[in-house]
Design a protein. Sequence first.
Length: 221
Amino acid sequence: MARQIEAQPYHLAFAPESTALLIIDMQRDFVEPGGFGAMLGNDVGKLRVAIEPIRQLLAAARKAGLFILHTREGHRPDLSDAPPAKLSRGGGPQRIGDAGPMGRILIRGEPGHDIIPELYPLPGEPVIDKPGKGSFCQTDLELILKNRGIRTLIVCGVTTEVCVHTTVREANDRGFECLVPSDCAASYFPEFHEVALRMIQAQGGIFGWVSDSAKVIAALS
Ligand code: TIU
């Protein structure tokens, strides 16, 4: 059944059965002190504004029967899937794989790598572990979406200009229609958040649509 989400630059037509909610990297490593985000010198509190809007949208999406997926950025404990160019990045004294208060930084299986309790996946909601910023790079995300007949992605998470943007760009080039609810994404740099959202919807929606959680929830109910 076709429906519409009020959005910029114009409404997005969607059908719930071919729409997925994709929640990007809402991990302790990015939103709690002592993880990867803090290691890079960021104020992790800046990302926490997105938690409650995502929680509300996630509840509405579950109720509407949308297909829901979560991603986590991180690496194997032996770091064999981490490019040297990524490992050397950051400039601070700590590196990916070093010990921190939430376990080894950005390493799969460590407490800091897991999704925050407020947004924890339910059984049956796939969790995509990705080594990069984009969710399609070296993962089975595209296969899973195609197998479910998904055409439209509602993309939430952190950070707006890094993993959310990279994923939306990758998805757009693969033929998916992507919408980002503005209050369901956040950045360590508020000005980057604003500009990243403008970039998505500019030029007639060059690689997607931007809306907000209230409008998406209204369209789902
Ligand atoms: N540093 C930063 O803004 N983001 C990341 O490293 N990964 C994600 O965006 N998930």
